[in-house]
Ligand binder design. Structure first.
Ligand code: SF4
Length: 408
């Protein structure tokens, strides 16, 4: 059977698609890159924004139009949120909420084998350590789609990471709420990272996204050691720098001040440290003063990259009913201002990195070859003959704001 697989959304979804790919290939299926050549299609859906759901619906309709005989299965978050609506789309024979790789295989009449995707399509591998979330941020559809926090056993994760390290120089630790790992099984993210770094020394590990206030001392030591184990990089969702807006978002576990203190405690002893954050611009009720508070908090912290999203109301979320929408022009304008400030900080950080050295992994296909440092900065390898997946120490130089990497 020829199968077309398309993934929307976050790294947790991308991991789940790698599981599906592995299971289907084990069962003898051939993965094809265009639905027009496929007998079946699997779409792994996302519900984080209205645009993501619209993209999915468009892709499902397009597959049916171009390949009228195609058998379509939709999995993921949007499938969990709107099974009936998605089930009514053309050629959809099965809707599977959430991550279910084995269910996808069964829906295509295939036996499910080993669901650990030990050789993945990307240069850097993904390791989903937990699913779901126990929090209820008012804007979030993911927690509604993925359910409560469920951690995978550490032994399984260490085994899987060991197998991944045979093919991948970096393993990205991901999930829906990574920082809550272990709360349901009597352990912690810090303990898991210690085990992974000790048991799998041949790969470096990167945390995908962790709340700043969930970084305990154990994890902080690993993050700042820069010893080739856990990389010195943290993507800590901020969402807003206004306490009033954070309360409206239901993000009760931190304030602007405790977020800033947590970040300062982590990065103060780390000259090389990548710091990212998600921010929502234009949340209902956000005033210009709230936006200024977010801008000033961003400017005061050593960010090296920001993901800024204009607010997108999700059906069924509390934020959809919260009222007080901001003026339509304000959200994109505020988002642009935040992005510009993020880029200013990132440019300054790249300039500071020049003259130093970095642990670089070569990524991307031949046409788009680049290198990724331990602190998540993109560099251009001076030697363009280096193959994808090569990991080496490089000396950094800068030209017109672009960092170049030279073999040390
Ligand atoms: S912490 Fe909030 S935003 Fe993140 S998954 Fe949980 S509910 Fe959603």
């Amino acid at each position: 059977m020829k199968v077309y697989l398309q993934t929307f959304g976050c790294r947790a979804n991308q991991y789940d698609s790698e599981v599906v790919r592995g299971l289907l290939e084990q069962a003898g299926a051939e993965l094809v890159s265009d639905a027009v050549d496929a007998d079946a299609a699997v779409f792994n859906s996302c519900a984080v924004t209205a645009a993501a759901e619209a993209d999915l619906r468009r892709a499902v309709r397009r597959a049916a139009r171009r390949r009228p005989t195609i058998k379509t299965v939709v999995m993921g978050c949007a499938a969990a949120r709107d099974a009936d609506g998605i089930g009514a789309l053309p050629n959809v024979s099965r809707v599977i909420p959430g991550a279910g790789g084995a269910e996808v295989a069964a829906a295509l009449g295939m036996a499910a084998g080993d669901d650990r995707p030990v050789r993945q399509t990307g240069t850097r591998a993904l390791l989903r350590i937990q699913d779901g979330c126990d929090e209820h941020c008012t804007f979030c559809a993911t927690t509604l789609a993925r359910g409560a926090n469920r951690s995978r056993p550490a032994d399984d994760l260490v085994t899987e990471a060991g197998q991944l390290a045979e093919h991948h120089a970096e393993i990205v630790i991901t999930g829906v709420h990574v920082g809550s790992y272990g709360l349901d099984i009597g352990t912690s993210l810090g303990a898991l990272v210690d085990e992974l770094v000790r048991a799998v020394p041949r790969a470096r590990f990167r945390l995908s996204s962790v709340e700043a206030t969930e970084v305990d001392d154990r994890l902080r030591e690993r993050l700042t050691a820069n010893d080739g184990g856990l990389v010195p990089y943290l993507h800590a969702p901020l969402q807003s720098g206004s306490d009033r807006v954070l309360r409206r978002m239901g993000r009760h576990w931190y304030t602007a001040a405790t977020y800033a203190r947590a970040i300062e405690r982590i990065v103060r002893d780390a000259p090389v440290f990548g710091l990212g954050a998600d921010i929502i611009a234009g949340f209902p009720g956000e005033s210009e003063e709230d936006h200024r508070a977010t801008m000033s908090l961003v400017s005061s912290l050593p960010f090296t990259g920001l993901h800024v999203f204009p607010f997108s109301a999700r059906p069924g979320t509390a934020a959809q009913r919260i009222g007080a929408p901001v003026a339509s022009a304000d959200a994109p304008r505020r988002a642009d201002e935040l992005r510009a400030e993020g880029e200013r900080l990132a440019t300054a950080y790249r300039a500071r990195r020049a003259g130093g050295s970095a642990d670089v992994i070569v990524i991307g296909d031949r046409a788009h070859r680049s290198g990724l440092t331990e602190d998540y900065v993109s560099v251009i390898p001076a030697d363009d003959a280096l193959s994808r997946g090569t990991r080496m120490r490089m000396r950094l130089t800068i030209d017109n704001g672009v960092l170049f990497g030279h073999a040390c």
